[in-house]
Ligand binder design. Sequence first.
Ligand SMILES: NC(=O)c1ccc[n+]([C@@H]2O[C@H](COP(=O)([O-])OP(=O)(O)OC[C@H]3O[C@@H](n4cnc5c(N)ncnc54)[C@H](OP(=O)(O)O)[C@@H]3O)[C@@H](O)[C@H]2O)c1
Length: 343
Amino acid sequence: MSVVSQLVSNQKAIVLHGVHKPLVMEEVPIPKIDADEALVRVKAAAFNRRDWWIQQGKYAGLTFPIVLGSDGAGVVEQVGSTDHVGWVGREVVINPSLAWGYDEAFQGESFRILGLPDDGTFAEFVRVPVINLHEKPKHLSFEEAAALPLGGLTAYRALFSRAMLKPGDKVLVVGAGGGVATFALQWALLAGATVYVTSSSPTKVEQSMALGAAGGVLYTDGDWAQQLQEQAGGFDIIVDSALGDGMVHYPDLAKPGGRIVFFGGTAGNIPALNARKLFWKQLALLGTTMGSPTDFDAMLAFVNQHRVAPVIHSTYPLEEAEAALRHMDHSTQFGKIVLTVSQ
Ligand SMILES: NC(=O)c1ccc[n+]([C@@H]2O[C@H](COP(=O)([O-])OP(=O)(O)OC[C@H]3O[C@@H](n4cnc5c(N)ncnc54)[C@H](OP(=O)(O)O)[C@@H]3O)[C@@H](O)[C@H]2O)c1
């Protein structure tokens, strides 16, 4: 049985029609929901590098037209069954890891990320499984809550579930201006780590230090790894989403027993590494992706415990989604780019 409110049949959504096409606002049908799904009236959404990769045609499983957007927060408008009626009218943040599966160690075959192939949050309404609804942290605005899910989750799993961060660890966050990197900096600091960063921008190093980083260097300097070693000594954890040539320095930068955790390859692939240093220093190379429902619950509990808010670079109205995404062409942002969808 469907528990429905009276809605008109169409909504405004941001649609991508193909590779290198602009994001355009269009009238599209409001999605129909199944018994274990909810329809969320989106109040705010946020961008991830994933949205940019999809527009550039550099993402697996492309399908068009598509409503992008993995991050969102809003109010539950409808549920597909009376079993879930308690959700109607509640303020929620959406976990974009769909159908993770049953193993904490890795996602199952049905796993997918909201916003491709399923239509995402850059719309007035989004359809999501009820199990992906979570109460919005009360101390966060809808814009702040919308900035949290994908990046906050990825950084949380990388640091805690994979790299087993402990208070007192020394952590290097590579490419501090990145959306996930900024969360990694915030989470590690709140967990009692000492954090250093790299960036291409002196301003972003300063912004990181204003958030609590102990220091940082420009990875555009030829001797950045040496500068970092002089500033910080070695690292227990290196968090990276760039990879590429810079990674050759990690076996030297890591302390014995160090963990190198990565979830993206913005700057390339893994170069040839000194295997002797890897095994002699007992280093671990840890791949990670998004996070399980347990990781998402733990991330939200952490955010509520510390009453922390995501760093937001800028906020745009939904109809300016294309202009907002152009910020990512040159990675000028520090923190998240948010869309206000409805009041
Ligand atoms: N597997 C997953 O679950 C998962 C989840 C989220 C993201 N990702 C991937 O991880 C990457 C980052 O995602 P994001 O959303 O955080 O992206 P983002 O916000 O666009 O971050 C990009 C940042 O990467 C840094 N960077 C670029 N080239 C670099 C280099 N050569 N060396 C060091 N840093 C460099 C830059 O930092 P500065 O501006 O400070 O120079 C840039 O701002 C993307 O490739 C994304 O697809 C994967």
